[in-house]
Structures are given as structure tokens and as C-alpha cells.
Write a protein that binds this ligand. Structure first.
Ligand code: ZN
Length: 656
């Protein structure tokens, strides 16, 4: 049949040479845009990734994965659409299965592949569930997708139409569906005269819509294909969408992009043919777009006004989950601490065999914690961070003291271990000193050990270098731009790479825990600080942060190999102006992650900054939740190539 039609395609194409397109498009751009707005709140989740360049290789494993991926894609599409537009409560009455060419029956891809039928698979269909026909009936087929090699590469013309041979195949299957519907005694489809066939490869796809009355088909058993071709020429109306990208190179569906939208919209029409008009119309759901836009503007406004004062902090504070951190407004306590240690104060610190004095130069109050910039009394030029822990006599530390414990005692332990293991990198903090405060006045501690009743007695201190401004601060004052973002990504990744070799993970990456070192260096660089929540062994638990924790950390309370990188991506997203919704529960935080990744909102935001950051986010997305290690070297190299410096990156530590 295809052979009979190729000439006709040729003539159609010639006829239309003066016009823009050989065939009409099934959907107008404006319809797709409205549909896109309606989909904004809907999350689609394709779990099996589409392998890259399936047909460039002859590997059966790749082709098998492609069939699993297309099945999963259609399943995610139809489930998302059904729940959003028709019914959340009623079970979805459809299933997805692969078409086997020798008997034209449908099988689950996994089952067909296990039974050695991979070579005979020729399509993937969405079917009405019917337990009496587990292998499907043709009048039960809602929509059919044909996975064919290089649909995108063979697309012809400026309108990127599919090649004649694959179009012919689509028409063959379309006619088969139309005939089955017309001959069926069960009239599932109120309008049996329209069918959609999808054409896909491992990256691209498009939609073929065929309309026509098959009763006008002049059926001659001796000349089936000729008759079919005649019908197509004289009695059908065919519309074909441009071939557009659906999957990125990492195999994630780009749900919000036009290629996927066209296919989703076709599937939407197929469900509508069977189930009637949706409960929630496209117009209804799309109407929410402007209110969402309004909310976002308000959020942005909020972010901007926070430049004065600590608005950003309050904004984050407000959205911190009460089930995770109960921050008590214990301002009396904070005040007393500040009044005890203020600018100019000299703190004497002792360890078992030394005593050192540190003069406080600046008090930093993040709202969450107070710490200090200080210098050694004998070396006043060099600034250091000084953290004062909680008094050891407190048996049940309050939340604030718990944070202090992580910041001082736990971090001292982590930095000491890093030092012992010889882990060093300019992007990691250095342990300068740790010990206990020697308080003024006479110490009446008992000779058996312990502390006296002076409030400072035995209070632990941690001193680290270098010092710098936090990313949170830079964002607040508008100093975090695209160059900073790339540099920050590189430097944090370097730090993570350095400690990964010793099995250490950070577990608490957020804008308050990355500083930019500017003083005394030619090129500013970033250092990943705040190692108190680091994961040294299996039983350690990462910090929980609704905005920056990885998906795995929120779900499992543990880190997977890509978790720190995932948090880094969220931090960069936020620091580059990305907006978080109000997150007040773990569920909400997980939903935001799922939706943002599946709609590629994070990649899009980072893509505005730089393509390498977008690519890195795609890479991290592909690793999230998997046990596969991050390939630090590749990404450090790529990021390094994107860092602009007059000395061509000589200063960047190539060893990471
Ligand atoms: Zn004492």
C-alpha cells in the first residue's frame, strides 16, 4: 500500500510546493498553547528513560528499552490526562501494550521481549481495558504509536513532515483502526471516523490524524491495497504535525515542549472520543494560568523587597516545615549571646597543649545562628570564621543548641577526619583551631574534671578559614550572576569530588553554606562550608530542608550518590532567581520536585543562565535516586571551559 501511495505523496507534495505545507496540521499553535497552560499543574512521570540513538546501534537491549520507554511514556501521558481532566477517583479504563506483527495482537512490552518477540514488535497502542480480550481487539484501540528509526532525521521540508514511507505505514494502521471501529458491533466511539497515529523515534515524534468514512471504501478482496490507496486519495482527510523533539539526549520526555504537547494533545482527543467531554475543560484548567502567573509575580515581588532587612530569611522561615524544625523565637537568648561576645571581644581558647587568643571583628547573625569573623591576636591580618558552641552542661539542648552542636562539635569532628584522611582542596574549609573557651575570672572547676558555673566554662569553639560572604547574602544584594553560578557549581562540585573519594557527603547544601572568597585573591572562588551534617557512615542522617534537600533525602532520610549534586542544582536554581512555591510539608516539597523535573522547569531556568548548567541539571536528573556515581571529572572539565578568566583558568585547581 505504501508503494501505491508514494507517487501520490509525490504529487501532493508537488501540488503544494507553492503552498507552505503538503498537509494541514492537526492542531493550531494557539490550541496547543492553551493546552500547555491547562497542563501546568499536572505532573507526568516517565519512569523508563528513552535510550539515546536506538537505531544507530543494532543492540537489541537498546531497542527493547525503547519499547519499554514508549510504553511507559504513553502510560504516563494517558494517566496524567485521565486524572487531570476526567476523573481522579475512577480507575483509568485504559492500558498500553505493544503490537506483535505476526498475529496483530497486543502484549505487554516486557512480556513480549521476554518471549523473544522483540523483532516482531511494530507498534504500541493505547487500548480500552477488556479482561475478556487480554491481547486486545482492534476496535478497542484508542491510539497507536509507531516507533521507527530516525523519524526526526528523515523529516522532510521546512515544515518537517515525516518521510513518505513512514507516513504510508501510519495510513495503513489508521485505516485498519477505522475499519475495525466501523465493523465493530460495540460502538465505543461516538465518532468512529477519526483516528490518530503517533510517529516516534528515540528523540522526535509527530502526529498523523486521519478522518474519513470507511463505508466509502471500495473493498475488492483481490486488490486490497489498491482499494485502500484509492480511499486514502479520494475519501480521507489527512493532517500531519511537524516532527518535533520529545525526548532529550538523556531520555527524559520534555513534557512542556511542542513535540510532546502535540502527542499529548492527540492522546487527549483519543480519550475524548471514548470518554466524552472532560469534567474539567481545557479552558477551565488553562484559566488558572493567569492566577498562577499572578501568584508568581507576588512571590517575585516578595523576593525583591527582601533586599532590605532579612526578608528572605523570613520567607524561608515561614515555609520551613513545622514537622521538621520548630524554630523557637528565643530572642532573649540570642541577645544575651550577642551581648556577651561582641566586636572587639578577645576570646581565649585552649586545647590540651596550647592557648590562643582570637579577637572578634564582626558578629554575623543569620537569624538562625550567630557566628563570628575573628582573627588570631598574633596575626590580625588573617580573617577566620569562629563558631561558639552550646554550653556542655545542657543535657537536653534546645533546637538552637542542637544547630550549634552540629555547627561546632559535629563539624569539628568532620573537619578533623577530613584532615586526618589528607583531604584537601581550596574549595573545602580548613580547620584552624578547635578547643574550649577560657572564661575570664577564676575557674572553679573541680579537679576531677567538668566545668564550673561560669556560662562560658568549657564551651566548645571551632575556628576555620577562609572567610567570605555567603551565597544567600550575595543573592540578597544582587551579586550572584551567571558567572558566579558557573563558578559556584564548579567549585562546590570540586569540593564534593574531593571528599567523595573518602566516602564523605555533605548533606546540607544551601545558600547559607557556600561562601565566596574575595579578599586577597585575584579571582573570587567558592568554598562549601557547613559540614556539620556531613554523612560519614551509613547511620548518619542528612539535614532536612524543604527547599534544598534532595528527593531521596526527603523520602528516605538518606543520601544517594547524586543527592548533594541535586541540592546544588536547587541552590543554583534559587540563586539564579528561580522561585519556590510555599513549601510547608515533605509531600508538597516532593511534589514540587517531581513536577519541576518532569516539566523541566529547573533546566529551563538554569538554561537561561548557561547551557552547561542546564546540561548539568539534566545529568543530575538522570542520576537522581540511582546508585550510579557522579562523573565529577567530566563535569568539572565542562564547567572549567565555561569559566571566563583572563589567565585562562590557571588559578583553578585542576586536581579538584
Ligand atoms: Zn570555669
Amino acid at each position: 500500500m505504501t508503494a501505491k501511495l508514494v507517487d501520490w505523496f509525490g504529487s501532493v507534495t508537488e501540488d503544494s510546493a507553492l503552498k507552505q505545507q503538503a498537509f494541514d496540521v492537526p492542531f493550531e499553535l494557539i490550541e496547543l498553547q492553551k493546552f500547555d497552560y491547562a497542563l501546568e499543574g499536572i505532573s507526568f512521570q516517565q519512569l523508563t528513560r528513552m535510550p539515546n540513538a536506538v537505531h544507530a546501534s543494532t543492540s537489541d537491549a537498546l531497542e527493547a528499552t525503547a519499547y519499554l520507554a514508549i510504553e511507559d511514556f504513553l502510560h504516563a501521558s494517558i494517566k496524567g490526562l485521565w486524572e487531570a481532566f476526567w476523573s481522579q477517583d475512577e480507575p483509568m479504563p485504559f492500558s498500553v501494550a505493544c503490537l506483535y506483527n505476526s498475529n496483530m495482537k497486543f502484549y505487554q512490552a516486557e512480556q513480549a521481549i521476554a518471549n523473544g518477540r522483540l523483532g516482531g514488535l511494530c507498534g504500541t497502542g493505547i487500548l480500552l481495558n477488556n479482561s475478556r480480550h487480554p491481547h486486545g481487539k482492534w476496535d478497542h484501540v484508542l491510539e497507536l504509536a509507531l516507533l521507527r528509526p530516525d523519524i526526526g532525521g528523515h523529516a522532510v521540508g521546512s515544515d518537517r513532515q515525516p518521510s513518505p514511507s513512514v507516513l504510508g505505514e501510519a495510513l495503513f494502521y489508521a485505516l485498519r483502526m477505522l475499519l475495525a471501529r466501523s465493523l465493530s458491533r460495540l460502538s465505543f466511539f461516538p465518532d468512529p471516523c477519526t483516528v490518530f497515529v503517533l510517529l516516534v523515534d528515540s528523540q522526535y515524534g509527530g502526529v498523523v490524524k486521519v478522518e474519513g468514512d470507511v463505508n466509502k471504501l471500495n473493498f475488492d478482496l483481490n486488490n486490497v491495497y489498491e482499494c485502500a490507496a484509492e480511499w486514502v486519495k479520494n475519501h480521507s482527510r489527512i493532517s500531519v504535525s511537524p516532527i518535533d523533539r520529545i525526548w532529550n539526549k538523556l531520555g527524559n520526555a520534555n513534557w512542556g515542549d511542542i513535540g510532546a504537547l502535540q502527542v499529548l494533545f492527540a492522546t487527549f482527543h483519543c480519550i475524548m472520543q471514548f470518554a466524552g467531554m472532560p469534567k474539567h475543560s481545557v479552558e477551565d484548567l488553562a484559566a488558572d494560568h493567569s492566577s498562577r502567573l499572578q501568584t508568581r509575580r507576588v512571590e517575585r515581588q516578595f523576593g525583591d523587597t527582601s533586599v532590605n532587612g532579612n526578608g528572605v530569611f523570613r520567607y524561608q522561615q515561614r515555609s520551613v516545615s513545622p514537622e521538621i524544625v520548630e524554630v523557637e523565637d528565643d530572642s532573649v537568648k540570642v541577645d544575651s549571646k550577642e551581648s556577651m561576645i561582641s566586636e572587639g571581644t578577645i576570646l581565649w581558647v585552649e586545647d590540651s597543649d596550647w592557648q590562643k587568643g582570637f579577637q572578634i571583628k564582626e558578629v554575623i547573625n543569620t537569624g538562625e545562628l550567630t557566628y563570628f569573623i575573628a582573627s588570631h591576636v598574633e596575626e590580625s591580618g588573617k580573617n577566620l570564621f569562629l563558631y561558639v558552641g552550646s554550653h556542655p552542661s545542657q543535657l537536653e539542648p534546645a533546637w538552637e543548641d542542637m544547630n550549634l552542636w552540629y555547627q561546632v562539635q559535629r563539624q569539628t569532628k568532620v573537619l578533623t577526619i577530613m584532615k586526618q584522611k589528607g583531604l584537601s582542596s581550596k574549595y573545602l574549609p580548613q580547620l584552624s583551631a578547635s578547643g574550649r573557651i577560657i572564661h575570664p575570672g577564676h575557674c572553679r572547676r573541680p579537679s576531677s574534671g567538668g566545668n564550673c558555673d561560669h556560662p562560658w566554662c568549657g564551651t566548645p569553639i571551632l575556628v576555620t578559614s577562609p572567610v567570605g560572604e555567603t551565597v544567600a547574602e550575595m543573592v540578597r544584594s544582587g551579586q550572584f550572576g551567571s558567572e558566579e553560578a558557573i563558578r559556584c557549581c564548579h567549585d562546590c562540585l570540586s569540593a564534593l569530588s574531593a571528599v567523595a573519594s573518602a566516602g564523605i557527603r555533605h548533606g546540607d547544601i544551601r545558600p547559607e553554606n557556600v561562601i565566596c572568597v574575595k579578599s586577597g585573591v585575584r579571582h573570587p572562588y567558592f568554598v562549601l562550608i557547613g559540614w556539620g551534617h556531613a554523612i560519614l557512615e551509613d547511620r548518619d542522617r542528612p539535614a532536612m530542608n524543604l527547599h534544598f534537600s534532595s528527593t531521596y533525602a526527603l523520602q528516605e532520610g538518606k543520601l544517594c550518590s547524586a543527592s548533594d549534586a541535586e541540592s546544588l542544582v536547587y541552590m543554583l536554581y534559587y540563586s539564579c532567581g528561580g522561585v519556590f512555591p510555599d513549601l510547608d510539608s515533605v509531600e508538597g516539597a516532593l511534589l514540587w520536585r517531581e513536577t519541576s523535573w518532569s516539566r523541566r522547569l529547573i533546566q529551563q531556568k538554569l538554561g537561561d543562565i548557561s547551557t552547561v548548567l542546564k546540561a548539568f541539571a539534566d545529568y543530575v536528573d538522570s542520576l537522581c535516586g540511582t546508585p550510579y556515581p557522579i562523573d565529577y571529572e567530566i563535569w568539572l572539565r565542562r564547567l572549567r571551559r565555561n569559566i571566563h578568566e583572563d589567565d585562562h583558568g590557571k588559578e583553578i585547581d585542576a586536581t579538584g
